[in-house]
Design a protein around this ligand. Sequence first.
Ligand code: SAM
Length: 251
Amino acid sequence: MTSDPKIWRATVLTLFPEMFPGPLGISLAGRALASGLWALEARDIRDSATDRHRSVDDTPAGGGPGMVLRADVLAAAIDATALPQDRPRLVMSPRGRPLTQARVAELAAGPGPLIVCGRFEGIDQRVIDARSLEEVSIGDYVLSGGEIAAMTLIDACVRLLPGVMGKLSSGTDESFSDGLLEYPQYTRPQSFENRQIPEILLSGDHARVAKWRLAEAEALTRSRRPDLWAVRPIAPETRNQRKRPKNTTDG
Ligand code: SAM
């Protein structure tokens, strides 16, 4: 692991450090990790337990099922990292603000986050408040722990770091980068089970291809993600095309 303070770094607090790097050690993120374009540190929360059983959890105050991660143990684990204040402090949580590509881009542009992974029924609220942890959700469903959610967030950030995607893609032409889902992609063979690549993509006419792709991206976004479509920033060149008479809707 590189100790260069200028390298983007993810510091993960977890009860299962052996889950890391996991999928982050493979392919694009893994190659970038091996070549020192980013750094990963997975720390065991249990190392901050103080009793002889190394307990990290206890029963919920007020009753109910399951166990809750203790505030004192988790606070000690966070403090032991001695991270500079400029590192964002996140906790993965289904109650958090949903992760977006815009937030991912902000996190990728910074020094890299501290990420707390919850387990059990969750985390004592007092440590979330006392250590100003930002709650981040990766979607409206419940996982059994925060590790896979943390990996998701880290993977999304790492591919935006300078040098990671190289010339493969700039990340600016992808879903969400301009408020749209991406247009459909095709590759050889030209005919697959009697389905053809759209003629226009084989025409070599870059302007027509770009226009077709924009139209496809807009149609997909409008039908699948009306929430994105409603708040999409309108590019100046399409602003006039999007104007509608007052008594019609945007579809
Ligand atoms: N009782 C909690 C609730 O209903 O909100 C769920 C706890 S869940 C079983 C255990 C841990 O998994 C959470 O503390 C969190 O770290 C992680 N987790 C589960 N779902 C998540 C999601 N959608 N996004 C981010 N983290 C999640």
